[in-house]
Design a protein around this ligand. Structure first.
Ligand code: ADP
Ligand code: MG
Length: 365
């Protein structure tokens, strides 16, 4: 690298629409060009998705915990842009893993078919998927499986590595919404994070499949609490308890989650930092989903819409995956409450439409 200048190595952006391109000036690139994190991660590793994909994306990934600070110029600029204002002096609030303060958290089961809360967590000292080695990935798996073996009662369960699953078992778990698929999205593919698949990947779950841990997918781990029906209170309570217990069990073995006082929990994708929390329902809205204002209402209520089988899929029988859009600047409890309140409003509108009445006064401005 050292024989060539930053200028000679600067990416060529043409029709690219990503946020790295918006903010990465040659001067900024030059400052970061020769920096290397303690794990050997360079700025080129972090911006690679911005070069190899022309669509509307963020285009930035972290190769390790230190990427966020070593390449602070580009990370700070992208974070500020993506999170609609997050300056270098702004701070994400401390964690609030407390289900007792939720209100109206039992949702109407005529409309809400299932509830799910997930977050991403990374293990300090090990590279993130774009830069991880096979040995480190196996160490992530070992650390998690070790800690998870300590969970008791309703939370106790078993680890199922992809390597030992039959294709039928894997397919069934995916269809039942429990397991991830091999990532095909730009973030993972263009950051070279899908290497060595399925080595080190797997799913741990309790017997009821209401508490699940994805190992080495987009993050070191994804912690998920989910169940059929509308009991978001129960789902969040289990999420908080399980997550705190895993953290305690890991600490007892000398391991910690990556966490920054300013940025909160750190993940591979800078859009996921803060809480990493996506609280979603599968909600059936026959009438409202056919209203021309539906998409706009969802965005105004600070929510995000996905299809029935998750990101990049379509809704089946008017069942949508609705979740909080943001992950940063509010606490876990606040994001869950935002989803409960937002979906509550959508259900109110749906009922009005069922009765043949106008929703004009309910539509957010
Ligand atoms: P994430 O990246 O947040 O885990 P994805 O969009 O990749 O979410 O979806 C992962 C899986 O989780 C998919 O099978 C999706 O259908 C399922 N899922 C998401 N929300 C719910 C929910 N509320 N109820 C049931 N399944 C859900
Ligand atoms: Mg996903």
């Amino acid at each position: 690298m050292s024989t060539f200048t930053a200028q000679q190595n600067f990416p060529i952006y043409t029709t690219h629409q990503n946020k790295v391109r918006t903010h990465l000036t040659p001067e900024m690139y030059e400052k970061m060009y020769k920096r290397v994190t303690p794990n050997g991660v360079t700025v080129d590793k972090c911006i690679q998705p911005s070069v190899d994909y022309t669509g509307k994306i963020v285009g930035l990934v972290a190769g390790d915990e230190e990427s966020y600070t070593t390449f602070n110029e580009i990370f700070d600029a992208v974070l500020d842009d993506h999170h609609l204002g997050f300056s270098t002096t702004d701070k994400h609030p401390p964690p609030e893993l407390d289900a007792s303060k939720l209100v109206n958290a039992k949702m109407d089961e005529k409309y809400v078919k299932s509830c799910r809360i997930r977050t991403g967590r990374s293990i300090r000292g090990l590279c993130l998927p774009p830069a991880i080695s096979r040995a480190e990935r196996r160490e992530v798996e070992r650390t998690l499986v070790d800690a998870l073996a300590g969970l008791k009662g309703d939370l106790s369960g078993k680890y199922y590595p992809l390597l030992k699953m039959t294709p039928e078992e894997e397919k069934q778990l995916i269809e039942d919404h429990f397991l991830f698929q091999k990532p095909t999205g730009h973030l993972m593919v263009n950051s070279n994070a899908v290497r060595d698949w399925p080595d080190g990947r797997g799913i741990w779950h309790n017997n009821n499949k209401t508490f699940l841990i994805w190992v080495n997918e987009e993050d070191h781990c994804r912690v998920i609490s989910m169940q059929q029906g509308g009991d978001m209170q129960g789902v969040f309570a289990r999420f908080c308890t399980g997550l705190k217990e895993i953290e305690g069990l890991m600490k007892a073995k000398g391991r910690q989650f990556m966490w920054s006082e300013r940025l909160g929990y750190l993940c591979t994708c800078p859009t996921n930092i803060g809480t990493g929390l996506r609280c979603s329902v599968h909600v059936q809205l026959h009438k409202l989903s056919k209203d021309a204002r539906f998409d706009d209402i969802v965005v105004k209520l600070k929510m995000q819409k996905r299809g029935t089988a998750g990101e990049h899929t379509a809704a089946v029988d008017d069942v949508y995956d609705l979740s909080n859009a943001a992950r940063l600047k509010s606490t876990e409890r606040e994001f869950v409450q935002l989803l409960i309140d937002g979906v509550g409003k959508l259900i109110e509108m749906e009922k009005r439409l069922e009765a043949g009445k106008s929703i004009d006064d309910l539509v957010p401005k």
